[in-house]
Ligand binder design. Structure first.
Ligand code: ASP
Ligand code: MG
Length: 440
């Protein structure tokens, strides 16, 4: 059995939905299709929730009506038969009635999650209506019946498998299952979600739970590229990489894959393929245990980084100093990305300023504290790069006229990270594209 996940743009237009219906029904083995909401929908649902939270019901109503009109037009093109259209319109009516009822209820966090769930519920039901019209045998699997998170918002593959496997076992004849990405139930049994972009995570969790033959993530580019195509002109897809490399890239800026979606597939040894809906025959990127080759594969940039330097002569020959510093970040639940040390100073980076003021106040007694905002982490990712000859020479040789604030090397054998000011990001990615990959 395999898992095929399609993102918002892959289902965002009626003809795209037709296209993926064709793709998923060509498969020889049974498939679980995981769908995102139509592109733009989750953003609109976030807006509706925000309006309701502010008490601006009129604002919310306007967004609801606009969204409903979008779906009404969408289904006109999606299905042809009268009865399918009636069915599709009934689905839309049901979900928009729900949104309109919510307008009259007082706002709560749980309610906002209910609002956010409507996108995936709609996309999967409408897709199934189309499959039915086409006479393609399939079954809708409600994700809320098997996808769950614990009290710390963490999903567990075993818990999901315990619920999902018996459901699948009841339908051995079905070749095609369709389910919602992103949505789940929380420890209180309420509707919740796996955070923005979480459909990839759903797909990976499902693939792990059933130890699928492969977890295919279908988007609108042909795999993970060696550099950011929005910043540099020439990029190329990376054919193969290891889970470790993919995790570094996903975390450090490659937008194609949700960073959390690596671990479930990796833990259960399910290969992940990144494929392009618009170009299904393109190779894409295979993410598997073995990296395939040694050396640098890609660079990525992570924006909005804050660098903090703590300098103190008391650090000289002292022990326990770093622990005390780290405890401050732990107290404010703020993850640290990069760290470099000298004998009398430590520099580290964070990507959230939510508790910056409190953190800085508590760091003050340790020494002088300097902060640089608007920094970017440039991550150079590859397999065993620390064993690749001349890598440092080549890397530093590529960088011309760009001040580098921090360098982190050796933490993992797959990554070298550089911290620079945001104003140099474009130049840096271009220079690395030329120096490391020979691309202009
Ligand atoms: N629809 C959700 C979002 O836009 C989940 C996803 O698409 O992955 O964040
Ligand atoms: Mg996505």
């Amino acid at each position: 059995m395999k898992v095929m996940k399609f993102g918002g743009t892959s289902v965002g237009k009626p003809e795209r939905m037709h296209h993926i219906a064709g793709l998923v029904s060509q498969e020889k083995e049974p498939v679980i299709v995981v769908l995102s909401a139509l592109s733009g929908t989750t953003n609109a649902l976030v807006e509706i929730g925000d309006f309701i939270a502010k008490g601006d019901r009129q604002g919310a109503k306007q967004v609801i009506d606009k969204l409903e009109a979008h779906y009404r037009a969408f289904v006109q093109e999606l299905v042809k038969k009268e009865e399918s259209l009636a069915k599709a319109n009934a689905i839309i009516a049901e979900h928009f009635e729900f949104l309109n009822i919510i307008l009259r209820i007082s706002f709560s966090e749980a309610l906002s999650k209910d609002i956010l769930a409507q996108g995936e519920l709609l996309s999967t039901k409408l897709f199934c209506t189309y499959l039915e019209e086409q006479g393609k045998p399939h079954l809708l699997l409600p994700a809320l019946e098997f996808m769950s998170i614990d009290a710390y918002d963490e999903p567990h593959v075993e818990t999901i498998a315990a619920k999902l496997k018996p459901i699948l076992g009841q339908h051995p004849e079905i070749p095609l299952f369709v389910t919602q990405g992103y949505i789940c139930r929380n420890a209180r049994g309420e509707v919740d979600n796996l955070k923005r972009g979480g459909s990839d995570y759903s797909a990976s969790l499902i693939a792990a739970a059933i130890t699928a033959s492969v977890c295919e993530i279908w988007t609108d580019i042909d795999g993970m590229h060696n550099n950011d195509p929005r910043v540099v002109k020439k990029t190329m897809p990376v054919e193969r990489m290891s889970f470790e490399e993919a995790a570094e890239l996903a975390y450090f800026g490659a937008k194609i894959l949700h960073p959390a979606s690596i671990w479930p597939a990796q833990s259960f040894k399910v290969p992940v393929k990144l494929l392009n809906t618009m170009q299904p025959e393109a190779k894409g990127t295979l993410i598997a245990e073995e990296a395939g080759s040694v050396g640098v594969k890609a660079v990525a940039a992570k924006d909005n980084i804050i660098a903090i330097r703590i300098k103190s002569s008391r650090m000289l020959l002292a022990y326990g100093f770093l622990r005390k510093i780290f405890e401050v970040f732990e107290k404010y639940r703020t993850p640290i990305d990069m760290i470099t040390t000298s004998e009398v100073a430590v520099s580290l980076t964070i990507d959230s300023d939510a508790h910056l003021d409190e953190i800085l106040r508590e760091l003050e007694p340790f020494g002088s504290v300097e902060t640089d905002k608007n920094q970017v982490i440039i991550s150079v990712v590859g397999n065993e790069i620390s064993r690749t000859e001349d890598i440092i020479k080549k890397l530093f040789g590529s960088i011309v006229n760009i001040p580098v604030r921090m360098v982190s090397y050796g933490g993992s054998p797959h990554n070298i990270s550089l911290l620079i000011a945001a104003e140099h990001k474009k130049q840096m990615l271009q220079q690395l594209n030329k120096g490391m990959f020979g691309l202009d």
